[in-house]
Design a protein around this ligand. Structure first.
Ligand code: 1CP
Length: 347
């Protein structure tokens, strides 16, 4: 680690250091619970215009850093921009969420653009990273990200978000070759996308496998573990020393050994498992991130303080980055975020 990076507590935790106070950032820290985010999104017009406007995307990335002094900033973008760069149509229905044209047949898979073409669409995202690199305080770590192939595929196959990922499981059963082909295309494109983020200045990357929990048994190994292992080994070959966080959300027992099997430096833990369980079963292999229930950002009070202290204590014997178990929700109270940070930093 360079002398300059000693200021960056997130990088120190990712290198395995046990710090007296865990560094902290929050999934969806730039988001609708902040009035300044809503104002900038209105200025951009809509969510996708905000993602593709480097100045404004950098601005919303910086807003929670200014307000709270988080130890990391996460690039403002979305996991669904990569499928868009591969040629699918993407839009957001107000109040409902993402919609996209589907990829479920060999012909539709073959019609996706070649991986080398993704940068034509994604260049503004790399520009956002370059702006952030210039503007972030020296102690703040810049995290880039992508969706994991399985999670991104669930949206591409269904054309929208789904509760049980039914359409993706159905394609996997009915036409395994097309399904596995889509996972492969996404795996290789994700390597190039994350690599370009690193070249632009991202210091850490995170792979979000939000729907990993619905993959069971051999499917979990084939479509959550194997693609993550491939992405991580290739990224580390291209960028030696790059720290990588993996988030196989709701993997349960699948969290055990995930870092060893994939080469991830840190495993992010959701709040469906207890911090004590994760300390005993996952933190034994290295750094973990998590796992306060995001509902506390809505409800606040003494329960928030107690739960925050419990997470800090449970993970205090090993390397730990404090975070929520999933993203903060739009109905959260910004004051509760301040209370969480104060509790972590002042005890
Ligand atoms: O402003 C708005 O109304 C849009 C809400 C929003 C935001 C703020 C979406 C739409 N995406 C984002 C930003 C985003 N998405 C970030 C930025 C950085 C930050 O965390 O501050 C990141 C990392 C994501 C990642 C993402 N997008 C995931 C993985 C993490 C997770 O939450 O599980 C997923 C599944 C998405 C898809 C997506 N994008 C947006 C929505 C509403 C969704 C979920 C749709 C669904 O429920 O299935």
């Amino acid at each position: 680690m360079t002398e300059q990076n000693r200021d960056k507590t997130i990088l120190r935790a990712l290198a395995g250091e046990v710090l007296p106070t865990p560094p902290v950032w929050m999934m969806r820290q730039a988001g609708r619970y902040l009035p300044e985010y809503r104002a900038t999104r209105a200025q951009a017009g809509d969510f996708l215009s905000l993602c593709y406007n480097p100045e404004l995307a950098a601005e919303v990335t910086l807003q929670p850093i200014r307000r709270y002094g988080f130890d990391a900033a996460i690039l403002f973008a979305d996991i669904l921009l990569l499928p868009q760069a591969l040629g699918v149509d993407l839009w957001f229905e107000t109040g409902e969420g993402p919609r996209m044209t589907t990829v479920t047949t060999p012909a539709e898979l073959a019609a996706l653009k070649p991986r080398a073409a993704i940068h034509d669409t994604l260049n503004p995202i790399y520009e956002t990273v370059r702006i952030l690199k210039r503007e972030l305080p020296s102690e703040t770590t810049l995290i880039g990200f992508a969706g994991a192939p399985w999670t991104v595929a669930t949206y591409m196959i269904a054309g929208r978000g789904t509760k049980d990922q039914g359409p993706a499981h159905a394609l996997k059963a009915a036409d395994r070759a097309t399904f596995a082909g889509l996972i492969d295309v996404l795996t290789e494109a994700t390597i190039d996308y994350l690599s370009a983020q690193v070249e632009a200045g991202a210091e850490v990357v995170k792979l979000f496998d939000s729907w990993a929990g619905s993959l069971k048994g051999a499917d979990f190994e084939d479509f959550a573990v194997a693609p993550a292992a491939r992405i991580i080994s290739e990224l580390k070959a291209r960028h030696p020393g790059l720290p990588i966080i993996a988030f196989p959300r709701e993997a349960g027992e699948g969290y055990i050994g995930f870092a060893k099997k994939t080469g991830a430096d840190c495993v992010a833990i959701d709040n469906s498992v207890s911090a004590d369980w994760a300390a005993a079963n996952v933190q034994v292999d290295g750094c973990v991130q998590g796992n306060l229930d995001p509902r506390h950002m809505v409800t606040g009070g003494e329960a928030l303080v107690q739960a925050t202290r419990e997470v800090v204590k449970a993970f205090s014997k090993g390397p730990h980055i404090f975070n929520l178990g999933h993203g903060i929700t739009p109905d959260a109270d910004p004051e509760n975020v301040a209370l969480m940070i104060e509790t972590i930093r002042k005890g």
